[in-house]
Design a protein around this ligand. Structure first.
Ligand SMILES: [Zn+2]
Length: 313
């Protein structure tokens, strides 16, 4: 069947070739191209990558060179993977409807939707306890839980992805943003490994000589926890508008994985230790490109996006 079709195709191509060849022999002026082939070609309009993709790819490349693999997971998560396994206490404010988009488990039903009074239903935040335990993930730490639950140490991975928070949209906050989190779990992983890994990361990202400082902090899923600042890449520490004249910019949160989290994921916390970190891609991009309004990233304004045309990779 295929042979027959191919044969027909071959015959038709040969016939076409013969016709053109005869035409070229008998009427060369008709067969010749009317276009001047020596003229330069018309410009080819090349698209550009989104600045967040550029920064995400750069971060991924740096960690890949350190042996980290990329892990991904669902954007719609349950309470266990987003909160409970990560040691969030039941009363933690992040579980509140103010911070998290909960999803109703009820299937949409026409008669029910019609019976809603004005102001109910779509557009209204659903209270956590009414919605059950399904939510749009608030961080990509849920991917760490899934990875640890389904595998065996050592783990060395980064988790890029979109996350959601129930925030009013402004120049400094949005209802969604992008994160890259990282996890390294093995025997004898220490805070020194965490510092050295992140120090190397910022040398690669912002250039040699970038300074780092760690400030003690608190996260439910790490102990001890820290926020990491880097010396401002714009003013080199002298003080500018971007760093609010402090010379430092906060870029990520990090810490040693809380033994409770390891236990929750079925990992022997006596044998294994680990570190984790997380950063917002928007924040890194703001600093890199000096962008002062978060909303620009999701408005699809071609005038904004075109500025990244030369950075295609
Ligand atoms: Zn500065």
């Amino acid at each position: 069947m295929l042979g027959k079709t191919l044969n027909e195709f071959k015959q038709s191509a040969e016939a076409k070739y013969q016709t053109l060849k005869e035409q070229l022999d008998t009427q060369p002026e008709k067969a010749a191209s009317k276009d001047d082939l020596t003229l330069p070609g018309e410009g080819f309009q090349l698209g550009s990558r989104h600045p967040l993709s550029l920064v995400r790819n750069e971060i991924i490349d740096i960690f890949k060179r350190l042996g980290f693999v990329v892990a991904e997971g669902p954007e719609i998560e349950d309470d266990w993977h987003n909160f409970s396994a990560l040691n969030f206490p039941q009363e933690h404010p992040a579980r509140d409807m103010q911070d998290t988009f909960f999803i109703s488990k009820k299937s949409p039903n026409a008669s029910e939707a019609n019976s809603l009074s004005p102001g109910e239903g779509r557009g209204e935040a659903i209270k956590g306890n009414e919605a059950g335990d399904i939510a749009l993930r608030t961080h990509t730490s849920s991917v760490q839980v899934r990875m640890m639950e389904s595998g065996k140490p050592p783990f060395r991975a980064i988790m890029p992805g979109r996350v959601y928070r129930n925030e009013a949209i402004s120049a400094r906050a949005h209802c969604f943003f992008h994160q890259v989190e990282g996890l390294y779990v093995d025997e004898n992983v220490s805070f020194a490994d965490l510092k050295q890994t992140l120090y190397h990361f910022v040398q690669e990202l912002y250039g040699e000589g970038t300074k780092v400082r760690f400030r003690p902090s608190y996260f439910p899923f790490t102990e001890p926890s820290a926020e990491m600042d880097v010396s401002c890449s714009i003013c080199k520490g002298a003080g500018c508008q971007m760093c609010k004249y402090t010379g430092w910019v906060e870029i990520l949160g990090c810490g040693m994985v809380d033994p409770n989290v390891l236990k929750n994921c079925g990992i022997d916390s006596e044998k294994y230790t680990g570190f984790a970190f997380g950063m917002g891609i928007e924040r890194i991009a703001n600093l890199k490109y000096q962008i002062r309004d978060l909303r620009l990233f999701s408005e699809n304004d071609v005038r904004f996006l075109k500025q990244f045309q030369t950075e295609i990779n």
